[in-house]
Design a protein around this ligand. Sequence first.
Ligand SMILES: [Zn+2]
Length: 337
Amino acid sequence: MTKAHAIAWAFFIFNGFSMATFAKIQAMKNLTDTLQHFLFEDKFNNAMPIRGNLVYLNDTYHQVLQHQTLPPVLKHALGELMAASALLSATLKMDGAMVLQIQSKGALKLLVVECNSDLNIRATAKWDETQTSRIAETNFIDLVRNGQFVITLDPKEGEAYQGIVPIEGETIAEMLQNYMLRSQQIDTSLWLTCDDTSACGMLLQKLPDIGGTAALNKKVIDQDLDAWNRMNYLANTVTADELQNLPAEILLSRLFAEENVRLFEPKPTQFYCSCNQTSVASMLRMLGEEELNSILAELGKIEVNCDFCNKHYLFDAVDTAALLATEASVNISTAKH
Ligand SMILES: [Zn+2]
């Protein structure tokens, strides 16, 4: 038993919650933004083919909200999607970014969250601002009916992958669970919660195949076929309050009291927007010379605002000529080879 487990167990045993214990739990509360991996082990300390992640977003969430004034329903949905993006991208071995988008044709147009392998997260929402008060009175699920879920994996090296599915489910957690099962054939369970303070969540995932290391433990799996159902049953007792207020050690020892859980070191998450002058110039180049020149003729300058961080980019006639010249030189150098 590790020291962390021992402490967690001590709290669990003295679960009478004396004021002293309660004060200690509050003091232990993880106020920094983190993601933590955990996995289950059998009584011989062999890993079971089930892994988990916990995420707690506070600063990351608030920094995203600083750039937009969102109706509460969108604020909380975006927070849940942020928590989900960290939980899911932490299950990938890929070095790159995962983008989760909920697209709809009604008053809500788009929720988008990007999380990369360093747990840098950015997010934004687009909606019909003439309908802000109506959105504020509508359930999230009613805003996204007939919409679609788009998941993009954009590795630093290699081809990007995009999966588009109709929205199925009543909550963001259900939508993602359905997506993971239908499109990726991976059993995944998610618990997400978000209020004005924080966005938090937990993930359980059945490892995709019983190959590799897990094959060595086949005997163990044969003896514990019910492990996936049992862990889900136990995890389903989690409350929003527990996800938001308990440190990982305490939460896991409460939920999985009879199980061996190995908890790994927390990894920090943070808000980070990757936009810069070069990426904006590339985006403008895609509009083409004719379009850029017509904007310049009309407005005398080209202004671009980043939806994720609100950073403002300004291109005058000289800057625009330079960015188009860069394109020309890129084309020439490509042509030479
Ligand atoms: Zn930005």
